[in-house]
Design a protein around this ligand. Sequence first.
Ligand SMILES: [Zn+2]
Ligand SMILES: [Zn+2]
Ligand SMILES: [Zn+2]
Length: 453
Amino acid sequence: MEKNPTEDEVVQIVLDIKKSEPELGIAKLHNRIKGCEPTWALSVNRLKSIIRSHSLTDTSKATSNDNGATVPEEFRDRLYVSQTVSHVVSDLSLPPSIEVFNSQQRGKGLEVSGKLPKTESIPEGTVLWTEPALVLIPPISLVGLIPTGKACSYCARPLVSMSSLIASCSICSGRWCSTRCRKLDKLHKYIRHGKYTSEWSAIEQFAVENEWSAFYQYAYTLAAATFDDQDGDQSSKHIKEGVEGLAKIRQDIRQKADPQHDKNIFLGEHLEILWQEGYKVLCKFFAHMSTPSYEEYLSGIGMVNINNLDGSIYLLQSHLNHSCEPSVDVKIVGRTAGVKVTAKRNLHPEEELTTTYVDLKKDVTFRRQKLLEGWGFWCTCPRCMREQDLTLADDSGILSSKDNVASNLTADAVDSSKKKKKVKSKSKQKISEPPRVRKKSVTFDDNVVQIEI
Ligand SMILES: [Zn+2]
Ligand SMILES: [Zn+2]
Ligand SMILES: [Zn+2]
């Protein structure tokens, strides 16, 4: 008597088999399942589609190879993900049924706990967690309003009216939009008044003049971590540890993945000058505390670039790896409220939680290029593999009419007007070893790469 297994049953057996034999390709995996469950009516195609919809393939390098994951020659020297450094934060508080893993292939990431009963899954729509920013950083467009009390000293919300909720500083002209913001603002007394106020102002001025958000974000994060440590306040002491646990990559290494890098021989030199000037300004403020070395500073700039979400740092959210078919949804619910992370589909024990770092409406070529520039990896997620096959088929004339993948190219060409040239994903020369897929971030420090020479 044949039985039609449920999707959940299939996912569970795939996870079970992959635990002992992670390298299995689809055909062998199908055979193993048949061996374990001889009465199941499960076609290879259905198995494939379930594996794809649950992103079960991208946890294994071998299965990616089975799918034909290859990196075109022209992109190979731009992969830098292997140079990203990251370690697990020791006392990270995790939501129920979520665990951190740190593997060679995926780096650091989050997954549904394997301790959850095998038959159980986290239902689609479940709010997995909400978290405020570990470091809430004012956008550089608003920092000029803070010293004069025109924007909240903590959350940077512009203060237009004289609301009774507004709290004022008794020492400087700074104000807060609420008593809560005043309480949360641990940095105010160190950067707005005190010994080094003018050095901090110089940092803000430098960031604003050069329209360099990442520089300000790094300085702010470093200050938050430094003073958090000095404050002796145990409840908030996690900033320093949290920041230390964030993935780090030197900005000069990231920069080499920029398509502009090879075209403009002066760009690297120009950026080097800017980085050094920034370092001098930064060191004046931190001179009497723990001054970072130049290398630590470059890693810090890279760190905020790859970890910030909407300009601020969220500790748990920053652990999420990328997939173009993400399993969770991340929404910013408010400046001080932070982010809400929700299950996008039923999540099974040991299934990885993934988010997206790029616009999912874009096509595979665009997404891969953005991920390569911003995070240094070549995406081999199931969706990229499917769309790559379609694009290649289309390029070689196998498909007679343009499908959605092809028509998206037009939209991308308009949207990516900043880029001088679209890089094509097709290439005859390929290597067989896909890079590790990991660590999230935002895009390049746009303001820096746009410098005109
Ligand atoms: Zn506020
Ligand atoms: Zn003040
Ligand atoms: Zn992808």
